[in-house]
Design a protein around this ligand. Structure first.
Ligand code: ZN
Length: 244
């Protein structure tokens, strides 16, 4: 079984479609939230994921786009984009977002946007956050998003209590062993923040017990011009070109 792992699409359809074209054949799509917000095509991205039958957990941007949470904690550009998203989505699309769970478990995997300690808000940036998350994770393998940076941490169940967080470069791979408990972040499809503007994703292969991180170029200018046409904040438009 081959699963496509994606997160933080952020309404960037050109990036999402580049990932879908690049990934090859897959049997499942696992999406870690923030499919909307920031970008110009939220409805189209929702439609793609529903069409693919994705296993999908909500992020803070799904919640903000429906009004389920306030944008008071968002920076001004993010809040403006969330308000725009709320205006362009239909009631039916918002109801679909509101129906998404914040945590899911399936087989050996747990899925959450942020961390299990604070599912839609906490960023898993540090060893302390990784350990707190892994303590709450009941499955051997966990997938998170939210930071927009591809990464991995693991806790050796027979070793010392440590789980440093490593950034995952393009084409990095790990073999998932069950003597360890793992948490992995595929990076962001639609708004990478690790200095590489290419869309980020990962692929899980159950036969090889492996996860591989991948990057793919997409038509950034196309997304930027749609954002300009929608009058989305300039800072959000510019950052796509630098991946920060
Ligand atoms: Zn995000």
């Amino acid at each position: 079984m081959r699963a496509l792992i994606i997160s933080d699409v952020h309404a960037n359809l050109a990036a999402l479609d580049a990932v879908l074209a690049d990934a090859g054949a897959f049997d499942a799509v696992w999406c870690l939230g923030d499919t909307v917000g920031y970008g110009p095509q939220p409805a189209e991205c929702i439609d793609r994921l529903r069409g693919l039958g994705a296993l999908w957990v909500a992020g803070n941007h799904e919640r903000a786009a429906t009004g389920a949470i306030s944008t008071g904690d968002f920076n001004p550009a993010a809040a403006a984009a969330a308000e725009w998203t709320k205006r362009v989505l239909t009631d039916e699309e918002k109801a679909a977002l509101d129906a998404l769970p914040e945590v899911a478990e399936q087989g050996d995997f747990t899925y959450v946007h942020g961390t299990l300690r604070w599912p839609i808000w906490e960023y898993l940036w540090s060893e302390e956050e990784a350990l707190a998350h892994l303590d709450l994770q009941r499955t051997p393998f966990g997938l998170v998003g939210h930071t927009h940076v591809p990464a991995v941490a693991w806790l050796d169940l027979e070793g010392p209590r440590s789980a440093p967080l490593y950034r995952a470069q393009a084409d990095a791979a790990v073999t998932l062993t069950d003597r360890r408990r793992w948490v992995l972040n595929p990076g962001s499809v639609g708004q990478p923040r690790d200095g590489d503007p290419r869309a980020a994703y990962a692929v899980y292969d159950s036969e090889l017990a492996s996860v591989v991180w991948r990057r793919v170029e997409y038509d950034i200018k196309r997304t930027q011009s749609l954002m300009e046409a929608a009058n989305l904040p300039e800072w959000l438009i510019k950052r796509l070109a630098v991946g920060l």
